[in-house]
Design a protein around this ligand. Structure first.
Ligand code: PGA
Length: 236
């Protein structure tokens, strides 16, 4: 079953997330969608998962609670029974300066608590331009010290240069990197980076692609439903 994950980033409000989820839920029911739906709303709109939609948090700090201004910990996640978390997204790494050590600390903390972790890796443009070997060395470094045998781990390959730019990686790029990552870690592996309604089915049909992690295209519920639909037709 393909996973179609929506990263709403800093978009939507409590109200609009509720209508978004309502629209997606009824679409899933009416269209017998077989793909797994996971939605990461902004922090202020966190809520309980629905029967067929898993709600995850885009970020959390490695603590139950405490003096960590601007962050949330497990106490806040537990209020909504949230047990799914995005770690290592490139915006956290590059805009908010999360380094390898902090990302690993979060992974260790939340994996011990049995959270489902969507762990993102991906290279910036200058690494991509240096060639495949350099790309894989970069990704291996991002995975260094991460327990790749963790049972609730989902990996996402998200090249930084493809995120929010409209420039999707080519199917050849995706295939090359996904094949190599699968050799290192036999875990569900999503692709993310400018996935669109027009290219989602093609990407999800590739071997070693187990779904997509989508930003921009997922922000309108209608488009997100079209992505679910694209996943529905794929039998791998
Ligand atoms: P995008 O974002 O679909 O807007 O490129 C993907 C992501 O950041 O997960």
């Amino acid at each position: 079953m393909q996973i179609v994950a929506a990263n709403l980033k800093t978009n939507h409000t409590r109200n609009t997330v509720q209508s978004y989820l309502g629209a997606v839920e009824s679409y899933i029911d009416k269209n017998e969608i077989a793909a797994r739906s996971v939605v990461f709303p902004p922090m202020s709109a966190l809520c309980q998962s629905r029967e067929k939609i898993t709600i995850g948090a885009q970020n959390a700090y490695a603590a139950e609670n405490g003096s960590f201004t601007g962050e949330i910990g497990t106490e806040q996640l537990e209020e909504f029974a949230i047990k799914t978390l995005l770690i290592g997204h490139s915006e956290r790494r590059h805009i908010f300066g999360e380094n390898l050590e902090l990302v690993k600390r979060k992974f260790d903390f939340f994996s011990l608590l049995d959270y489902e972790i969507f762990f993102c890796v991906g290279e910036p443009i200058e690494i991509k331009e240096a060639g495949f070997e350099v790309v894989m060395t970069y990704i291996e470094k991002q995975l260094d010290g991460i327990d790749l045998g963790y049972s609730r781990l989902v990996l996402a390959y998200e090249p930084v240069w493809a995120i929010g730019t409209g420039k999707t990686a080519t199917t050849a790029d995706i295939t090359e990197v996904h094949n190599a990552i699968k050799e290192i870690a036999d875990k569900p592996l999503l692709y993310g980076g400018s996935v669109k309604v027009e290219n989602a089915a093609e990407i999800m049909s590739l071997p070693n692609v187990d779904g997509v992690l989508v930003g921009t295209t997922s922000w309108l519920s209608e488009r997100y439903c079209q992505l679910l639909d694209a996943a529905n037709g794929i039998n791998k």
